[in-house]
Design a protein around this ligand. Structure first.
Ligand SMILES: CC(C)(COP(=O)(O)OP(=O)(O)OC[C@H]1O[C@@H](n2cnc3c(N)ncnc32)[C@H](O)[C@@H]1OP(=O)(O)O)[C@@H](O)C(=O)NCCC(=O)NCCS
Length: 211
């Protein structure tokens, strides 16, 4: 059964800092394969346009489920595709995108995360839009996406990562569980419906330098 394919994310999560083989494979191929779990983490390149429709579906699901992003529900398919076209246009030296798909390179896409590399601070990067489809949450996919991102970031010399998450949200708890530490809080950071705002926690994580 699907629910048991990733049996113990804590045990089996690819540790960014303790799996140099996985890291070097990821660097070489852009793929971190977890065949035991049926989930593959893959870095998407600017020419991988075939993933655009699934990424649009993922964003729409995320906006409609969590209401925690800068998008307001309902999010149209046009707006979702427009967002991802913008992301693809940035992919390259300063921006990276990973996705999680089931059962290999052509399986359904369940999650994604982005890393923006600070242009003038070569030790730093910002994690953006970690999203796991609402049907697939709790299977260790978010952990694996973050592990792949952190592994690659460390190998690129980006030892300080930052991100924001809604204060007192499940996602902030997940990040703290994954070793992220709060640095500050930004009042009224995110827009909600009816012009309401939501505070956000700023979190950071220091990655161990790879030799
Ligand atoms: C936050 C989110 C990305 C997590 O993805 P996920 O695939 O469900 O997470 P995982 O199953 O990998 O769980 C991650 C870890 O957090 C733990 N965890 C889960 N819920 C938790 C909670 N409420 N508090 C603390 N830890 C929690 C899990 O046990 C797991 O730890 P482990 O790997 O040591 O077992 C996902 O829920 C999501 O997409 N939410 C909506 C969008 C969102 O809020 N994104 C973040 C915006 S920055």
């Amino acid at each position: 059964m699907q629910a048991f394919e990733i049996s113990s994310p804590a045990q089996n999560r690819p540790s960014a800092l303790s799996l140099p083989d996985a890291a070097s494979t990821a660097l070489r191929t852009g793929v971190v394969d977890r065949p035991r779990h049926g989930i593959q983490i893959r870095r998407i390149q600017a020419h991988d346009l075939q993933w655009l429709p699934a990424l649009a579906d993922l964003l729409i699901d995320s906006v409609h489920q969590s209401h925690s992003s800068d998008f307001l529900a309902p999010l149209s398919r046009y707006a979702a595709l427009e967002y991802w076209h913008g992301v693809y246009a940035k992919l390259g030296a300063g921006h990276a995108l990973w996705m999680a798909c089931e059962g290999g390179a052509h399986g359904p896409l369940h999650g994604a995360v982005q890393l923006k590399l600070a242009a003038h601070a070569h030790h730093r990067g910002e994690v953006q839009r970690l999203m796991v489809h609402s049907r697939e949450q709790g299977r260790g996919i978010g952990s694996q996406l973050m592990a792949a991102l952190e592994s690659t970031a460390a190998s690129w010399g980006r030892h300080l990562l930052v991100l924001d998450a809604p204060t007192d949200s499940a996602s902030a708890s997940v990040f703290r569980h994954l070793g992220w530490r709060p640095s500050s809080e930004a009042p009224g950071f995110s827009s909600l419906i009816n012009d309401a705002r939501r505070d956000a926690a700023m979190l950071y994580k220091r990655l161990r330098r790879q030799s």
